[in-house]
Ligand binder design. Sequence first.
Ligand code: NAG
Length: 84
Amino acid sequence: TNRAEEKIFYLQVEAPESVTEGQNVSLTCKSSCALTNRATFIWYRNSQPLTERRDRNNQLLLQSVRREDAGRYSCALHGHSYTS
Ligand SMILES: *[C@@H]1O[C@H](CO)[C@@H](O)[C@H](O)[C@H]1NC(C)=O
């Protein structure tokens, strides 16, 4: 029998191992499959959507980070239910 191959899709946030206050920090949303350039990412901190500016499409740039920026970051693909 022919079975359709199932590809597992996931998103993963890449972040620096350690961060000190005042640094500019860039978070990257990596996907397990290639995406079109039109794919748009959404970022969240502790489940709240963020509006910070993007470095590139799949990167979130946090400028001069402060203690209040600490939290759990996740990314999602606009229009899909995948969340990292
Ligand atoms: C952070 O980024 C801003 C804007 O690009 C820049 O002006 C600033 O010098 C950077 N700060 C550090 C610590 O790299």
